[in-house]
Design a binder for this molecule. Structure first.
Ligand code: HEC
Ligand code: HEC
Length: 718
């Protein structure tokens, strides 16, 4: 028998689904518009040339459909009615959205239901409403879901299994049994519960891994009883019996195998499903084959691939059962299954109340021996500095800063130095966000993770007399007084020169990540600040716009970006460009500068520089004065608005804002809960922000608040 993924799906659990009937548009839409919109979009001088007073609800008319779609977009984004006008209640809004969405879909238009779940829509819930302090009417919780575990978590499980049973598989290098998914750095948090489905290709891959491990397990349980490592007696008995295996022998296997693989008993449903499967396979194919098929099925089980966050009973909301909750907690902080102490707490019934969960969260956060890669990953993804190595710098560009050859540039160093900085700030756990935004320190040339075991380890490099080319570049970019190896300590922080840097946004890792091949990316930098610190949102770049700056190397970036001052462009770009331009303080390698270099057209075209064919021998550059001014405008907290003279003034203002802290908390919520926040999560966010503040800007307190919130503890079916 060939084991296919359809068999697996049959053996897997499903999510309960319950759909409610949406209210009818005709009853809701017309009164809604009359109440909130026609004062501006009526008969006389309608705003934006859109009249809404004549709307019927007949969406078979193209014009009618078009207008209702525009209305949907405005209600969805909360852009209309304008802030100063009377606002519909949340209930009215929700009802209109439901009926309108249903009606538009019924007319044949395809709408993306998951649009609002996407990470880019994170800031769309109104910030002031969210933090308005209206108490939750009821327990809020998170929708029932399956959340794919991380690649490293899957790999860790397989690796431990191989070691525990001494399976003799070479699980390293090209033979390593890897997860079919892993995250590449991107602009937003890539690991949202709603973002990934495990498809056929991934299942095939997992199946192959499961088959390799299962065959090794069968081999291990055949022949003599080994005196070392893990061992399942009943499995060996079934295998040895071969074609003579009895149904009783088949039955005996299930429970001990579940215990060994998953650390739990099979449920009644599983006993029945897997039991029948096992007896049938034993009868037709014999004990060995049945054992193998069982192992394959179990190693591709839903819980191998997902955090299962589905309530046991219908009725809403329900507390997640202790075991699922313990897994969700472990996977929120680590890339491993629940550790010994957490498992014990579950077994002893001491992991259910909020306080009991808090005890475990604090224990894991406080124990330096428990690795918590998910916490560092949050900061990597929030700041986005980890994509620096993806930004290609070519040799000609490198030569401009005096680096010859691509070997002189290694952006991995910048990322690992930023990692170490984050970890050291986390170790202090005081004013974490402000510290990250305003520290003037850096680590230098710490090891990139991928090099730790290789020839570039700290120990190895410490023994070398001279710095490599890439190390020399780094010392120059950081402007550190390191002359010789003897001056260097990879475990130490160094001070950047006075007044040249302030926090991660001026760290070369972030600056390089937010740059292009030849230029700074002022627009992206501005967007980052607008979204990640100010909590603003910018509509996506329209596809009709040719988003290219003029190719004029004799002009500064600040000059070239003036194309976005055109009225149409400026509605979006005024929210980004003035926030990103202060970072012109640095070049696109992250070097501090006092002047800017541009092409000198006159000197390049001068007779003295032309060869006999009349072409310039070389491109000649000149220095022009640097302009680092910018402006904060249109922020939710008006105290933040106003001009800034340089990036340092900008950063200081942001770093001391409570509003910015709240926006940070919103992002932490999204990352640790794997979804966007909704209005109902307001109280959770306020509590998390309070916890952070009251504990002196403690990330531990913030994470504890999030991971003991209703959003983690409760699941709803709707
Ligand atoms: C106080 C006056 C006012 C009210 C009330 C108002 N609008 Fe508007 N609306 C405007 C103005 C001004 C514009 C054009 C400028 C803009 O987009 O901000 C506009 C633009 C629009 C647009 C076009 C947007 C675009 O970008 O194409 C739509 C659609 C719209 N409104 C729908 C609504 C709906 C639906 C309501 C009721 C829920 C509403 N408006 C209530 C003033 C108003
Ligand atoms: C509806 C909002 C909006 C409008 C209107 C708009 N842009 Fe943009 N633009 C954006 C966003 C958002 C980005 C950032 C995209 C990203 O993050 O990659 C962007 C990026 C850019 C970039 C940088 C592209 C890159 O990735 O290097 C340029 C150049 C640009 N816009 C030019 C223009 C010009 C010129 C106009 C007017 C003709 C314009 N934009 C109008 C939203 C807008």
């Amino acid at each position: 028998m060939r084991f296919t993924w359809t068999v697996l799906i049959m053996l897997s659990v499903g999510l309960p689904i319950r759909a409610a009937e949406p209210p009818n548009l005709a009853q809701i839409g017309v009164p809604f518009v009359a109440k909130y919109c026609v004062s501006c979009h009526g008969e006389k001088k309608p705003k934006a040339d859109i009249s809404l007073h004549t709307l019927t609800c007949d969406l078979s008319k193209p014009k009618e459909l078009q207008v209702w779609q525009a209305v949907l977009a405005q209600i969805d984004s909360r852009d209309m009615p304008p802030k100063a006008s009377k606002q519909p209640t949340d209930n009215e809004r929700t009802q209109l959205l439901q009926s309108l969405t249903a009606a538009i879909k019924a007319s044949g238009v395809v709408l993306d239901d998951n649009k609002w779940l996407s990470p880019v829509k994170g800031n769309y819930v109104d910030h002031q409403l969210l933090f308005s302090g209206v108490p939750a009417k009821e327990i809020t919780g998170t929708k029932a879901r399956l959340w794919r575990i991380t690649g490293p978590a899957y790999e860790d499980y397989i690796d431990k299994l191989i070691k525990r049973f001494i399976l003799g598989l070479r699980n390293y290098g090209e033979f390593r049994l890897t997860a079919p998914w892993n995250f590449t750095p991107q602009k937003d948090f890539p690991d949202y519960a709603s973002a990934h489905r495990v498809g056929e290709a991934e299942i095939e891959y997992l199946l192959r891994n499961a088959a390799i491990v299962s065959q090794a397990m069968i081999k291990r349980h055949s022949g003599n009883v080994p005196s070392y490592g893990g061992y399942i007696k009943e499995l060996a008995t079934l295998i040895k019996a071969g074609m003579k295996a009895t149904p009783e022998q088949a039955d005996a296997v299930l429970t001990p195998t579940f215990r060994e693989l998953f650390g739990r008993e099979p449920s009644d449903r599983e006993k029945e499903r897997y039991g029948t499967f096992l007896r049938n396979t034993t009868a037709s194919l014999g004990g060995a084959e049945a054992a193998e098929q069982l192992l394959i099925a179990l190693l591709c089980q839903t819980e191998m691939i997902y955090r299962i966050e589905v309530p046991n009973k219908l009725g809403t909301p329900q507390k997640l059962d202790a075991r699922s909750l313990s897994r969700s907690l472990a996977f929120a902080l680590t890339d491993q299954l629940p550790d010994q102490l957490l498992q014990e707490a579950v077994a002893q019934g001491k992991f259910g109340t909020r306080e009991e969960v808090a005890i475990q969260v604090r224990r894991i956060l406080d124990d330096a021996k428990v690795e918590k890669p998910r916490v560092l990953r949050f900061f990597r993804e929030y700041f986005g500095y980890d994509s620096a190595p993806n930004v290609f710098k070519d040799e000609v560009t490198l030569q401009k800063i005096g680096v010859r050859g691509a070997r002189g540039w290694n952006a991995d160093f910048y990322v690992s130095d930023a990692d170490q900085l984050v970890l050291s700030v986390l170790a202090q756990d005081r004013d974490v966000l402000r510290e990250l935004l305003t520290t003037t320190k850096t680590f230098a040339m710490t090891n990139p993770p991928q090099d730790r075991r290789g020839t570039k380890s700290d120990e190895y490099r410490l023994k070398k007399p001279n710095f490599e080319q890439d190390e020399q570049t780094l010392i120059k970019v950081y402007e550190l007084p390191i002359k010789a190896r003897a001056d260097w300590d990879p475990k130490k922080t160094y001070d950047f020169p006075e007044g040249h840097r302030l926090g991660l946004l001026t760290h070369p890792a972030w600056l390089v990540a937010q740059s292009g091949n030849f230029d700074n990316h002022a627009i992206h930098r501005g967007r980052w600040i607008r979204e990640r610190l100010l909590g603003g949102r910018i509509p996506e770049l329209p596809i009709t716009v040719n988003a290219m700056l003029p190719d004029e190397p004799h002009h500064t970036l600040r000059d070239r970006i003036k194309v976005t001052r055109e009225e149409y462009c400026w509605t979006c770009h005024k929210q980004m460009d003035p926030l990103g331009l202060p970072f012109e303080q640095f070049d696109h390698f992250g070097q501090f500068r006092k002047e800017e270099m541009v092409v000198d057209r006159e000197a390049t075209a001068d007779k003295k520089n032309l060869n006999k064919n009349g072409l310039p021998r070389q491109t000649i550059h000149k220095l022009v004065p640097l302009d680092t001014t910018g402006e904060v405008s249109g922020s939710i907290d008006p105290k933040l608005d106003g001009p800034v003279k340089d990036p340092f003034e900008l950063i200081r203002r942001l770093a001391h804002s409570e509003h910015v802290e709240q926006v940070f908390v919103r992002h932490a919520f999204r990352y640790f809960l794997g979804r966007n926040e909704t209005m109902a999560d307001g109280p959770t966010l306020i509590a998390a922000h309070q916890a952070y503040r009251k504990n002196g800007g403690s990330m531990k307190a913030l994470i504890t608040a999030l991971l003991t919130s209703d959003a983690l503890l409760y699941r709803t079916n709707q």
